[in-house]
Structure formats: structure tokens, C-alpha cells
Design a protein around this ligand. Structure first.
Ligand SMILES: C[S@@+](CC[C@H](N)C(=O)[O-])C[C@H]1O[C@@H](n2cnc3c(N)ncnc32)[C@H](O)[C@@H]1O
Length: 230
């Protein structure tokens, strides 16, 4: 572990229950990087974990704010984006963003994009289906950044995520992942350990209150004889 800092995690500034909406039961509001984000959520939806905002997504938003990371002219893809909050912020910070998740989640992401992204930014925001280990070959390998928040908690997903990351990245790609360590800590730690065989991995920030780690990874240069063994 290299330089880390221990911080409190940002919280929503307000929320509003919504009625007569097929996609959302609540809107959560956040102030970050000078933007006022409104994100529709539907806790306990049958669509699964991606219909609420996880602490890891907030941690990455806050990390980009405190570190002053900007994404102007950078090509960015997010895996397992859920509500889309993280990519929406990155688009507002200038990124050319591809927001991905499983097909059932795309409608809520598109709606959250429409709540937050002005029409002149729309050409720089794409919402696409990407199931790890299945659709990744449909995407290019020249991303400047790959993002993932709270997607590392199952052992069974790890080979799919590794395969996807290896396809999407090159040696210049910076990967920022964040994980809520309280949720299946053993699997998460072991998954990052396996990722570290393929990527130089460091914890760059830790949000103690919510037990969230932020990881920065870059691809290791393969040496002759290296074998991908998933
Ligand atoms: C715990 S949620 C995190 C959502 C969001 N990143 C956040 O932090 O708020 C995990 C996300 O991964 C997505 N996911 C799970 N398995 C997936 C797979 N095999 N391929 C693509 N996305 C997947 C889910 O649909 C969900 O949106």
C-alpha cells in the first residue's frame, strides 16, 4: 500500500420520494465538483444491486473532486455503472464517456443521464450493454480510464472482469476501482490480489467511515512466457 489518506465520505445533500414513475421511487441529490447531481434510484428493485448508489461510487466521485482529477478529452469507460452517477460526473468533467452495465440497467442510466447532462454534452455520453467476459470484444482497447465501483465482491466474476480489463486497456490506461470492503471482504481482497498479477495495483485512498478503498491500477508489461491463467 502506498500513500493513502483517511477521509469521511460525502453524503447526499437531499432526497425526494417520487410517485408514478416506473423506474424510480426516489431521487437523491449530491453536490460534487461544483455540480448538483440528481440521481433516480429504486432500492430493493428486482433488477438487483445496481438500482441504488453504492458507497464506492460516491468515494470515486469525492476522490476525483479532492484530487482535482479532470477528464477533458479523455476516453473513459465504466463497468457495472448501476445508476450511472460516477460516469455522469466524469462526463461533466469533460470526459468522453461510455457507461456500461447489463441490459436491464440501461434505461435507468439513460434517464439519469437525461436529468444531468446538457444537450451539448450528449455526443460525449454513450450508454451501452456490456456483460463482463461476454460483450467486451465489441469495445475498443484505447481507453484512457476504466472505472469500476463495487463490482469486485464475487469470486465468480473475477475471471470475467480480468478478461474484460485486459481487452479494454493498454499500458497507458489508468484504472480506478473502488470497493466497499465490509461487503464480502475476503473475496474482494483476494480478487484484488489476483488482479495485481496483471496490473500494478495500489490503494490510493481509503474512506474509513464507510470502509471503502480506492485502487489505482495500470497494466504490467508482459514479459516473454507470461501466460494468462484465469
Ligand atoms: C453493487 S452494484 C454497483 C453499482 C454502481 N457501480 C455503484 O457503485 O453504485 C454492481 C453493478 O455491477 C453490475 N453487474 C453485475 N454483474 C455484471 C456482469 N456480469 N456484467 C456487467 N455488469 C454486471 C450490476 O448490474 C450492478 O449495476
Amino acid at each position: 500500500m502506498s500513500k493513502t489518506s483517511v477521509r469521511k465520505l460525502m453524503e447526499r445533500s437531499s432526497f425526494l420520494y417520487v410517485h408514478d414513475d416506473d423506474d424510480f421511487t426516489r431521487k437523491d441529490y449530491y453536490r460534487v465538483c461544483g455540480f448538483h447531481l440528481q440521481i433516480g434510484v429504486r432500492p430493493l428493485s428486482k433488477l438487483g444491486f445496481g438500482t441504488t448508489i453504492w458507497a464506492a461510487a460516491l468515494a470515486l466521485c469525492q476522490y476525483f473532486e479532492t484530487e482535482g482529477i479532470r477528464f477533458s478529452d479523455k476516453k473513459v469507460i465504466e463497468l457495472g455503472a448501476g445508476t450511472g452517477i460516477l460516469s455522469i460526473l466524469v462526463a461533466l468533467l469533460g470526459g468522453d464517456v461510455t457507461i456500461t452495465d447489463q441490459p436491464a440497467l440501461l434505461r435507468q442510466i439513460e434517464r439519469n443521464v437525461s436529468f444531468n447532462i446538457p444537450s451539448n454534452f450528449e455526443p460525449y455520453v454513450k450508454v451501452r450493454a456490456l456483460s463482463w467476459g461476454r460483450d467486451h470484444m465489441l469495445f475498443p482497447s484505447d481507453y484512457d480510464y476504466i472505472l469500476g465501483a463495487d463490482i469486485m465482491y464475487f469470486y465468480r466474476c473475477l475471471p470475467l472482469i480480468v478478461e474484460t480489463l485486459l481487452h479494454l486497456s493498454n499500458e497507458k490506461t489508468i484504472i480506478y476501482f473502488a470497493s466497499s470492503m465490509w461487503y464480502n471482504k475476503k473475496a474482494i481482497s483476494e480478487n484484488y490480489h489476483i488482479l495485481s498479477h496483471y496490473f500494478e495495483t495500489e490503494i490510493v485512498c481509503r474512506y474509513e467511515v464507510k470502509d471503502v478503498n480506492i485502487y489505482k491500477m495500470v497494466r504490467k508489461i508482459p514479459t516473454p512466457g507470461d501466460v494468462l491463467n484465469l
